[in-house]
Design a protein around this ligand. Sequence first.
Ligand code: 3PG
Length: 215
Amino acid sequence: MARFTRSQLLAQALRTPLIPVFYHAEAAYAKDVLRACYEGGVRVYEYTNRGPEAFAIFSELQTFVEAEYPDLLLGAGTIYTPQDAERFIEAGADFIVSPVISAEVAAVCKRHDLAWLPGAQTLNEIYQAIQLGADLVKIFPASHLGPAYIKTLRGPLPHVPLLVSGGVQPQDLADWFGAGASCVSIGSQLLPADGPGGLSARVAELLRQIEKARA
Ligand code: 3PG
């Protein structure tokens, strides 16, 4: 049973619009990173299905989040198949992120009344994602498209919630939000090279920058 409704996911993603994207095969390290992000103000977090241990670690993280951080939405990312969507939802995923548009994954999320965030690039893909029930459309890989592309999309699509992801650099956040991003995901560029030590402060600073850019 999902802990959050689809509209709660969307509202929270717009309130704290930095969504870390993370995978690590060790539960203790994955928890440290999640804790640091939470302490920095993150309330929506994506753990990706990118390794053989992903499901076991996700299940552990989910139990941890439910006990320690009940106001954090923990989603499962890199979900291509309805089977994976089912098992991560069963394990407590609060939302599902897919790199592509899959009508089967969309149908599973719909049946569970759970938020679905598929990847898309073109107007046709974004439209198709919305028609299939996407709550937020993930524009991926965003660095390849650039902020000007988001700005152009905002002409015909003024109201579709857009999550910008893939190659986003922390120093470019003002450009992405200035162009019309609703929220951003950052993966590889978020974690300082020396580990999660300075991560809370970094995340808090990025959330402040986003707030400033949206003011
Ligand atoms: C994603 O799935 O959105 C990306 O892996 C995040 O990309 P990044 O690591 O380049 O930020």
